[in-house]
Design a protein around this ligand. Structure first.
Ligand SMILES: [Zn+2]
Length: 84
């Protein structure tokens, strides 16, 4: 069976899990071998899974909150009021 990109995307998480039928898996691999789009989708899906599986917490810089609020205040102060 010749798969198109859509078919591959539908199967990509099963592909990563290794739960695809060997014959389907071979079809997916064949498509991935020549399709840059699906290879990129596969790579980014894998990266997301790695990030999610990893319990790392992304810490924001200490003054991030202050800087964000200062920036918002500035925008709000300079923005003209909505016409009524
Ligand atoms: Zn593709």
């Amino acid at each position: 069976m010749v798969l198109n990109c859509r078919h591959v995307w539908d199967r990509i998480s099963d592909y990563i899990d290794g739960s695809l039928d060997p014959s389907v898996r071979a079809d997916v691999e064949q498509h991935l071998a020549h399709c840059e789009i699906c290879s990129a989708v596969l790579d980014s899906t894998r990266n997301i899974i790695i990030l999610m599986a990893d319990d790392r917490v992304f810490e924001l810089p200490v003054d991030f909150s202050q800087r964000l609020h200062a920036c918002l205040d500035l925008v709000l102060a300079t923005e003209s009021p909505d016409p009524v």
